[in-house]
Design a protein around this ligand. Sequence first.
Ligand code: CA
Length: 226
Amino acid sequence: MAPRVLIVEDEENVAYVIRTALRLAGFATTETPSGRDALHLASDADPPDLIILDVQLPDLNGFEVCKRLRFDAVTTPIIFLTAADSVDDRVRGLTIGGDDYLTKPFSVEELVARVHVILHRTGRAPESQVFVCGDLELDDTAHVVTQGGREVSLSPTEYKLLRFLLRNAGRALSRNQILDHVWDYDFDGESTVVETYISMLRKKVDSSPPTLIRTIRGFGYRLDGT
Ligand code: CA
């Protein structure tokens, strides 16, 4: 299910730009130009995952909408939009319970990025089930690994190992960390099993340059690339 964003904005062209960008980024959207309407939509039985809230609205201003929602214990994250580039407004927006703030004119890329960050921070973003690194792709939903578009056959342990490396791409992982996460039980320090499996994985998915799996001597491994 795509996260749903409620856009509260009375300027139709701005609402249009936000709606288009969010839908392209895979979000579902609902919209209203009215602050009062937003109060109902936000405390609905099927509430949005995030609210983009314009401050200057014709009926009830955005700050008031936010205050009332927080008073009613609605904790949905809120990003304020305003034309006023004042520190006062920014502080006000955040102290009454807003999560972030964008000043018009803003770039939609920036807005979409903030939406991602806030949904992630508040634990409302669905965890990505597809991991990509270089020409390697692991689709955890379909349980399929492909390289350069061709399917690679991995044993269950190789698959778990690769998934762990991909989830932590760019991060150095110690042999013990890998043991804990991939094997789920204590090997009493026999970490040569990690080396064995890394070596098998390298043969299957990392045999030609540019290679992705780096050995960190005396420590463990790191998956490089994006
Ligand atoms: Ca407005």
